[in-house]
Design a binder for this molecule. Structure first.
Ligand SMILES: [Zn+2]
Ligand SMILES: [Zn+2]
Length: 318
């Protein structure tokens, strides 16, 4: 399997401003020596020495993940604003001529997870087929509501691609096709949210955002630990710093330290920090990541867990 991140921001899309780009350029120029800027090769080498927030950005689009199985079939998780650019990319893969076929999983219907749908071009093209899998009872009504005339000029049914809906019963396995199966687990989140576990052969990918796990609940967490057990990749809600999570009980999100504790208990191989708070700029996210790595180094004596910070464009091979 392969996982590509198109939207990693939580709650609301967070475009980077021109002023912030200027500040990044100023910082980079102040660090460069004449030797660093002699050729495009030396510039590339120099850029690689900078920390992530100086040379790039984690991205401002909200939740959308592309998953590919070993046969390159497309699975989409959620439909935040990152979906728009994923749609533009797959137009070159048969979706422009109405020959596309993808599977789509929906965790819940908060705006930051569905707002990309009206701008997802492949849904307007007849012939494309989307098999939608979800544990959310009334997903169709929730999605159609977003297209009511007071919110958007085009009715949901006037998007002409074929859509088939399939329910996933929590805790049971559903065969999506001959090689990939999925199961779900409810997460604590205002209005409810579901995690999905996708398996192909002996590879396991789990998406678990939006989710609130707090310190008090760590003793009652066994069912989650067994659900997360030995995942190759676990994408987890780490919206808050630990201090902030103590002030934001019941807001429905978690912190990196809780995520690390859970991932270590469950023997997860790779933890991806996800659903970044819209108020955190790139420097703050660098700092949050560094703190998470320090905490992991303290707790992970056998150095078995890898922690990655999600950013737009991040690609993980499983
Ligand atoms: Zn969210
Ligand atoms: Zn949510």
């Amino acid at each position: 399997m392969k996982v590509i991140f198109w939207g990693v921001r939580g709650s609301i899309a967070t475009p980077i401003s021109g002023k912030v780009i200027e500040e990044k350029i100023e910082k980079i120029l102040s660090l460069a020596t004449p030797a660093d800027i002699q050729s495009s090769e030396s510039i590339q080498t120099f850029l690689k020495t900078l920390n992530f927030s100086s040379r790039s950005t984690y991205g401002g689009n909200t939740t959308c993940i592309e998953v590919r199985d070993s046969k390159d079939r497309l699975y989409i998780i959620d439909a935040g604003t990152g979906l728009r650019e994923l749609g533009n990319k797959v137009l070159q893969e048969g979706y422009l001529s109405g020959k596309g076929h993808a599977y789509w999983l929906f965790t819940h219907s908060h705006w930051d997870h569905i707002q990309g749908i009206p701008f997802f071009v492949p849904l307007y093209i007849p012939g494309n087929k989307f098999d939608i899998y979800t544990s959310v009872d009334d997903l169709y009504n929730r999605l159609a509501y977003q297209h009511s005339p007071s919110h958007f000029p085009i009715n949901f049914e006037d998007m002409r691609a074929q859509r088939n809906y399939f329910g996933i019963k929590e805790g049971e396995w559903t065969e999506i096709n001959e090689s990939v199966r999925v199961t779900s687990k409810a997460l604590r989140h205002p209005g409810g949210s579901f995690s999905y576990k996708l398996c192909e052969g002996n590879k396991t990918f789990i998406f678990a955002s939006d989710a609130e796990f707090n310190v008090d609940e760590m003793e009652n967490i066994e069912s989650y630990i067994s659900y997360f057990r030995s995942a190759d990749v676990l994408v987890f809600d780490t919206q808050y710093t630990f201090e902030e999570s103590l002030n934001k009980i019941d807001w429905g999100h978690s912190s990196a330290s809780i995520a690390t504790d859970i991932a270590l208990k469950a023997g997860v191989k790779k933890l991806v920090m996800f659903h970044h708070d819209p108020s955190y700029n790139d420097e703050k996210l660098d700092a949050v990541y560094l703190r998470a790595l320090n905490y992991k180094n303290m707790m992970d004596e056998r150095n078995e867990l890898e922690i990655i910070m999600a950013h737009e464009g991040l690609t993980i091979e499983i």
